[in-house]
Design a protein around this ligand. Structure first.
Ligand SMILES: [Zn+2]
Length: 298
């Protein structure tokens, strides 16, 4: 391939690339490309493509900046509670939570390849500043920033953070334990995504005789389908709800949700969206789930 021909291929708009264009003479490709890069009118499809190619869901610095703006607008404290390597980890504590009121716990980004959960939590917070001002919340916006930046499940040490929440000497989970110690928690939402999932689902711990999750999932099902499986990761499931009667005795390490449950959190919901679904739908599903869960517990 000559340099002129190579240059023509490089400037191709990927959305317009076809075998037919590739077979054209280089000057013909260039002319077609210059037209396709300037759409005549805006459309929802073009807006979506622009968003998908420009979103910053894996940009931790950008995410943290937006969280600091949320905290400032809500008049609540945002502070560094730990470091992952040299990256500061943020925690937000509302005034009511600092005053000792029974609180709602929210976290995301334990696994870095689950950007829909981290962005969904931020989108919810940005839309609910008034609620953050008056109610009791403890929020961990992203517990695995390097994973988020690299799009990996593992953290900066190559470890699965969600098997380490029982470890008081862990550089992330130790400070986390001290931050949640002696808190009264009425609801814990641990937000995740699952690349094996066939739809949205919840792992519910604690609560009353009746499961809390079905009405929440009903709202989510307007955005994403529910996972139809009756066995999810070896646990019985029905219409997207896993609700174990007892905590498994042998675990490879302690997940965040079980550690919260052990520490007296009344209901802990681990919400999962399918990470192969469209990113904007996953973000919307997380927002809808958080909103419904908080309304339900109020
Ligand atoms: Zn996860």
């Amino acid at each position: 391939m000559g340099s002129e021909e190579l240059q023509s291929v490089v400037v191709l708009n990927p959305w317009e690339f076809t075998q037919k264009q590739f077979m054209r003479k280089p000057w013909a490709v260039r002319r077609r490309t210059s037209v396709s890069l300037r759409p005549r009118r805006s459309s929802p499809k073009i807006a979506r493509l622009k968003w998908l190619t420009n979103h910053r869901c894996h940009d931790y610095a950008h995410l943290a900046e937006r969280w600091l703006r949320v905290a400032k607008r809500a008049g609540i404290e945002a502070r560094e509670f730990a470091k992952a390597a040299s990256i500061p980890l943020l925690m937000l504590e509302s005034r009511a939570a600092a005053a000792g009121e029974t609180l709602v716990y929210l976290s995301s980004g334990v696994h870095g390849d689950e950007a829909g959960s981290a962005c969904g939590l931020l989108a919810w917070a940005e839309a609910n500043v008034a609620l953050l001002k008056k109610e009791a919340f403890l929020i961990f916006p992203c517990l695995n920033p390097q994973g988020l930046m690299l799009n990996t499940r593992a953290d900066h040490r190559g470890l699965d953070l969600n098997r380490r929440f029982h470890l008081a000497d862990d550089e992330v989970c130790g400070p986390w334990q001290r931050a949640v110690a002696n808190r009264c928690m009425k609801l814990g939402l641990c937000l995740h995504e699952d690349y094996d999932a066939q739809g949205a689902y919840v792992y519910e711990l604690g609560g009353q005789k009746t499961a809390m999750s079905p009405p929440l999932l009903k709202k989510v099902s307007r955005i994403l389908p529910l996972d139809p499986r009756t066995d999810i990761d070896g646990r019985a499931a029905a219409r997207g709800v896993i609700r174990p009667r007892r905590i498994p005795k042998t675990l490879p390490g302690m997940p965040e949700a079980i550690e919260l449950h052990r520490r007296g959190c009344q209901v802990t919901l681990t919400f999962e969206t399918p990470s192969e679904a469209a990113l904007e739908l996953r973000i919307a599903a997380h927002q809808a789930f958080i909103t419904s869960a908080i309304e339900k517990i109020a």
